[in-house]
Design a protein. Structure first.
Lengths: 476, 255
């Protein structure tokens, strides 16, 4: 852009001559440009890529496609700026997008074209204006047709120069840009074992995030404990800039005056295009004898530092002492095959016993078993009552015989008539003669029981013997 | 009648108690004497006292540990590792024992050649994490629990008992099989420790047979065969030979 300054009276008049642009109206209404802040940077030097949109008409739906930035590491600066600028007497809105680029290697790199798709809003002249148009005159409400347009910036060639070689004794820090180094110590008058904080700060513009603590070879009488660095770095249109501080706790372990070596930082100065060595002198520590032996740095506070952790190693070797308890005399009984088998089989045997008991109980619940059991009980009662109570004796005999008959036919029951007993026995395949004899015995018992006549002892004995024999014949 | 039975029972109990107390005091005396000798630095005397207790039939990991300590202090590396190994067989996870055994092993001259971690150690990890006694007791407890649950199911017919029994059955079966394998293995596997400072392992029983390699005190070997007064031992896959019986101490056998 060519600019000439004319003096008219006391007024300064600035006349801008816009670059030649194609004569189409659309081209003058909106166009884009792309520039880099330095087309010949050094490898590692940060430069700025600027993409600008000039528009004199309303646009909508703008979509920006940045170039690939091959050969660079690129970081977009999020704050996009818009301003107004007058060119050729026409006012334009200029919107700018910035990228910070860091060349990764020397050589010629081409930054491709950036693309911007947008729509130009044309007023609809055929539509009649209404009184409400002023009310709704909002730029976000489009009332017209949208004319799509694709704008491309020109490709840019960037020639990256290699850094010159560095042979100096202080090592090159890797920093490229413009930097400054400062050093500060909280307290220079200390006692042995006291702690003070040395702060080395690097500030400036460039790849400051890569800064490492400047190397300082401390005397052996001072122990050092490094802290985490503190960073205050921001990304602006001029690239990365800010401050990085390295704090180190210094603990003197000997009394006396301890001169500290100065801190040195070698970086490549892009303004001077040469390496530059920064030196920050450090004061002399005045260390008085302490009351206690040198200790660890303070556990808290700004001077606190994390001591370097190391693996715990043996400083001496020995075995642990013997056991003194009398539990050492308790014999250990090893497991043997019989013990294992016994332990396994005993619970299983318990389970088996449970099953057997359950089965036996189930057998007891069967009518035949129950009747047989009742027969045995009744016979026992009859024997007991033979000399005492005739009625109880006869009742027991009756009960024993009927129970035996029921047991024989596989049923349970309480009472039977003699005829019914004979019929049931015959029906269940019992010998008819035996059935008849059983019925007769039942009749004899019933007669004696219900007649009320006194029964002699001999008669009772006979009835008992006959019943016992009949029961045996029926059940067995 | 019942009174006389009661008197007899009480008398028997009192006799048993007296016998147990007298036996304990009989053993406690040499044990404490051994401790006193150990503290005074008379390690040989401590070894004698404690070995007497072992000879009386006491098998105890703590006693073996003490013997290992005394042997190590007396510069008898082979017997020290032997006693530590015997203690480790009874109580493998004792931290003091592990520490001292590791220390004693660090003094041995022969580098073990067999890989420490085998596939069996990974697959059957529980058998290496738990002592054999714990495995056996847990297996028996699981077995008892299983059958009690089965009995409860049989009596109450509640399905919950049966399901619980099935759940218990799986780990119990694994532990029972492990305990059975351990018992079988105890009878089959015979490990030993080299006792002298150095011993020649030969190709045969005779002193004139070729010396194949030399093992040093504390080296752990496996006894493959026994013939006359010699053992055929295996140190690693490619190092097998014959050695005199008195040159090794069997870990599982205490004489």
């Amino acid at each position: 852009m060519e600019r000439r300054r004319w003096i008219i009276g006391l007024l300064w008049l600035l006349i801008s001559v816009a670059p030649a642009i194609a004569g189409e109206p659309a081209a003058r209404e909106a166009w884009v440009t792309a520039t880099v802040s330095n087309p010949n940077p050094y490898a590692g030097q940060q430069i700025t890529y600027r993409f600008a949109l000039f528009q004199s008409v309303r646009v909508t739906d703008a979509t920006f496609q940045p170039p690939a930035f091959d050969g660079f590491s690129a970081k977009e600066i999020k704050d996009r700026a818009s301003r107004r600028e007058t060119i050729d007497g026409r006012e334009y809105v200029v919107t700018e997008v910035y990228y910070v680029l860091v060349p990764l290697a020397s050589g010629t790199h081409t930054i491709g074209a950036a693309t911007l798709q947008l729509g130009i809003v044309r007023p609809d002249r055929q539509r009649r204006r209404t009184p409400f148009d002023d009310f709704f005159d909002d730029p976000f409400i489009l009332r017209g047709r949208v004319e799509p347009l694709v704008l491309e910036s020109q490709p840019l060639a960037v020639t990256v120069r290699p850094l010159p070689s560095w042979d100096g004794p202080p090592p090159f820090s890797g920093l490229i840009g413009e930097f400054d180094l400062t050093a500060a110590i909280d307290n220079t008058r200390l006692k042995v074992g006291d702690s003070t904080t040395l702060t080395l700060s690097i500030q400036g513009r460039g790849n400051i995030a890569d800064a490492a603590p400047p190397p300082i070879t401390m005397p052996e009488s001072v122990k050092t404990y490094a802290d985490e660095p503190d960073e205050q770095i921001e990304l602006t249109a001029d690239g990365y800039q800010g401050k990085k501080s390295f704090r180190t706790a210094l603990v003197p372990v000997q009394a006396g005056n301890v001169p500290l070596p100065g801190a040195q930082l070698v970086y490549f100065d892009v303004a001077r295009e040469a390496y530059r060595t920064l030196t920050a002198p450090l004061p002399v520590l005045s260390v008085a004898p302490g009351e206690t032996a040198p200790a660890l740095p303070p556990a808290a506070g700004p001077a606190a530092a994390q001591p370097k952790k190391t693996a715990v190693t043996f400083t001496g070797r020995d075995i642990l002492p013997p056991r003194e308890g009398l539990t050492a005399l308790t014999p250990h009984r090893p497991l043997t095959w019989p013990m294992l088998l016994l332990g396994l089989l005993l619970p299983a045997a318990g389970f088996g016993a449970t099953v057997l008991i359950q089965r036996a109980r189930r057998m007891d619940r069967h009518p035949v078993a129950r009747m047989r059991n009742r027969t045995r009980q009744a016979m026992k009662t009859a024997r007991a009552q033979i000399a005492a109570d005739a009625s109880a004796f006869l009742t027991a005999l009756y009960k024993a015989l009927t129970s035996a008959i029921f047991a024989r036919i596989g049923r349970s029951g309480e009472a039977l008539a003699w005829k019914e007993a004979e019929t049931l026995l015959c029906d269940h395949g019992v010998d008819p003669e035996l059935s008849r004899q059983a019925a007769e015995l039942l009749t004899r018992i019933e007669s004696s029981k219900f007649s009320g006549a006194r029964i002699s002892r001999e008669e009772r004995e006979r009835l008992l013997v006959d019943t016992r024999q009949m029961v045996r014949r029926l059940i067995l | 009648m019942s009174r006389s039975i009661r008197i007899l029972a009480w008398t028997a109990a009192a006799l048993a108690l007296w016998w147990a107390a007298s036996a304990a005091s009989t053993l406690a005396r040499p044990f404490l004497a051994g401790l006193e000798a150990y503290q005074a630095g008379r390690y040989g005397q401590a070894i004698d006292q404690w070995e007497d207790i072992v000879r009386s039939g006491v098998v105890n990991a703590e006693l073996f540990y003490n013997l290992g300590n005394a042997c190590l202090k007396a510069d008898r590396l082979g017997p020290a590792i032997l006693w530590y190994e015997r203690a480790a067989r009874l109580r493998p996870n004792d931290p003091d024992l592990r520490f001292n055994l590791d220390y004693a092993r660090s003094l041995t001259r022969d580098r073990p050649e067999e890989a420490a971690v085998s596939l069996a150690r990974i697959l059957f990890f529980w058998n290496y994490q738990l002592s054999r006694r714990v495995v056996a007791v847990t297996a028996l407890a699981g077995n008892l629990t299983f059958w009690l649950l089965m009995i409860a199911w049989r009596v109450t017919r509640r399905r919950g008992f049966f399901r619980a029994a099935v759940l218990v059955a799986v780990p119990t079966l694994v532990l029972i099989l492990t305990a059975a394998y351990n018992l079988h293995d105890d009878g089959r596997r015979r490990q030993a420790v080299i006792l002298p400072e150095a011993v020649s392992v030969r190709s045969g029983h005779q002193p004139t047979d070729t010396e194949l390699f030399v093992l040093h005190a504390g080296a752990k070997v496996r006894v493959v065969k026994q013939q006359k007064n010699h053992y055929q031992i295996r140190y690693s896959a490619d190092k097998i030979g014959w050695i005199e019986q008195q040159a090794v101490g069997l870990i599982d056998t205490i004489k």
